[in-house]
Design a protein around this ligand. Sequence first.
Ligand SMILES: C[S@@+](CC[C@H](N)C(=O)[O-])C[C@H]1O[C@@H](n2cnc3c(N)ncnc32)[C@H](O)[C@@H]1O
Length: 425
Amino acid sequence: MTQPAQSDGQAPRKAALRMMDAVMLQGKLMSELADLTDGLSPADRARAQRLAMTTLRHLDKADRVLNAYVKKTPPVPVMNVLRLATVELCEEAEADHGVVNSAVNAVAKIPRAGHLKGLANAVLRKVAKDGPQRWTELPAARLPLWLRKPLAQAYGKLDVNQMEAVWSKPAPLDITLKSDASDWAEKLGATKLPSGSLRLENAGRVTGLEGYDEGAWWIQDAAAAMPVRLLDPKPNETIIDLCAAPGGKTMQLAASGAAVTAVDLSEKRMQRVRENLDRTGLNAELIVDDALSVAGQFDAVLLDAPCSATGTLRRHPDLPYAKDGSEFGALIGLQEAMLDHSLSLLKPGGRLVFCTCSLLPDEGECHIDALIERRSDVLVDRGALEQDWIDPAWRSSEGGLRLRPDFWRESGGMDGFYIAVLRKS
Ligand SMILES: C[S@@+](CC[C@H](N)C(=O)[O-])C[C@H]1O[C@@H](n2cnc3c(N)ncnc32)[C@H](O)[C@@H]1O
């Protein structure tokens, strides 16, 4: 098979711009846009994705640099060309001449905006001259207001600044080991985090790392591995994992020796769970269905409910620009229904871990507050959070665990998550 030829650098830029336009104008997530890099070599595809992600990560900072030179904001596709070029000049320190020329040519080809190429040229020459210095003086990029406002209400502006500082850097690679009694930290040159996950800086190609092929570990953010650590699964317990794909938590549960049933609505995403279990040599019964339709009685339930994913912005800087919060009301309703249904799957005395990778209290703390009000047979298990790797300040008043991106920030932060351990009488 002939490989697509390596390009001169224009193809990745063009693809990055197509992706940014689709995120900002059509509300698409980067994960839905793989077809926009069709025909590119693997190296160009990776570069296109990196350019788009880096520009989205620093978008507000690029706008603040550009605002000094742009009097009237041009249409989004033109603005995206300017933003990409600004990030290349200021964050990536690419050569001025190539970046400016490429951007001017890109603007010339935008339908009904070609006449703005002169503006692009003038603005970017100024950015090339003064932008890199200004870049170093600016604080980390701010989130769009629709998301910044509720986070500032929940955590205060200063703490949101700290979260934004963590989000301005790419995430390290965290992995979960199949068996804790192993020397993988040493073999991989990784740091062992207090919760047991391993962290690698600049990991490179994941599939090339030692232990990947033999399934000794899997990629999982340290925060995402905490719900199962708190569920504390035991061999032969029956555990149902609701909303399981791509299966990070399913593998943790299966590795404990529990009898695991994993449920996900998406056949395509469940295929990822199958592949992950095959690679790691772990077992679980897989059911493709709506979590609200499954029946049975289990010793424990893990509910990792679908949510806004606002805790995962380090790896998904596209999310604040693809979304506007309008879908979140429906998600909050679904989470409440799933929480009630999960409790119906629990044997008396059983335990349920509810979690979301969200920073919005409406998708975490508020659910547990409301649940305690409406169910006298459910208790929040505060004792489950008495772990030496849990900072007491992470515990919230209703008894759950609030994880934030700026926790462990000296070693690279973590995903935002909410976790509560519940017991049914
Ligand atoms: C946050 S992800 C789960 C991550 C997973 N627990 C892990 O650790 O790898 C949410 C999942 O919920 C699934 N989902 C959404 N609505 C669902 C429903 N009604 N029933 C079952 N699964 C659902 C999605 O397909 C998605 O895979």
